[in-house]
Design a protein around this ligand. Sequence first.
Ligand SMILES: [Zn+2]
Length: 326
Amino acid sequence: MFKDVIGLSGLKQILKSFLKTNNHLSNFIFIGARGCGKSTMALSFAKSIFCFNHSGGGESCGSCESCLMFERGQHPDFILVKPTSATIKISQIQTLQNKILSAPALSSKRVVFIKNADKLGLEAANAFLKTFEEAHHRCFIILSISTQKNLLPTLLSRGVKIYFPILTDHQISDILKIKFNWEQSQINQYQFIFKQGIRKDWIENWDEFSALRDEVIKILLDLPKSDFSKVLFAITNWANKNQTLLVIEILMSWFRDVIVINHSQKGYLINQDYLLPLKESFWCKIDFLNIYDLLLMLRQSERAIHFQANKNLSLISTFIRLKELS
Ligand SMILES: [Zn+2]
């Protein structure tokens, strides 16, 4: 149900209006940062499309056969496609294409949700293009992507684009309280970390994530005087624990904050609990272009790791650069 989505009332109204004028339902592309509510919204939207009883207001009833099956994750006409590894493979698209050839079982049309469609490999994206163009006779397709630049322009131009805003402090607080049962004191201390999106993967392993973040930030602050062998040890340890991508995200949030502190009066900080040490650190004295280069380097490392590059090597190169700058 749309009421399961906290906040985003403007977007809910827009999607409900499409439901009221059923003829105008088409393919949708949900665009927004990871953790800003795209998947929850897509599921609520699909459930409402399927509901046998929606009263015209666009809200699903939660009690008809269709709603109950959807809630159990067993709706026969709902198809979810998401990356099973670094990418969505062409074989997954071919399976989808075969499925939608047959008639839907319960509803008049199927709903297909392609989560993280920016992970469609080039071959898979090209194979999917025809489906996306022509499927509307048989199904509605919703794609979710974090940024438009990662989707083929030919796909991007064939759907209604819905942009998801950054969550407000109030929404973040409500989500942490209602969906994750966080205490108010914990919310007050950490909610700023989720400013770019509610990250379930962090919350579900909160103690581990929080300890890792403290460790990475300590290494960053100590880097000028630290023995590099200790850094190498930490990097190996992170790779063994499969934490390299998390470390890269923490590093990116740190350097993003450096740019905000030095160049923006209005931007919010992600690492607000480390504001003083960060402000007084050498990182805030480094030239903007170097910080910008670091962010590009981290982004490239992230992509390389998604495509199975050696995790250790990607991070070692980054920390050598950091040590040089420190
Ligand atoms: Zn229903």
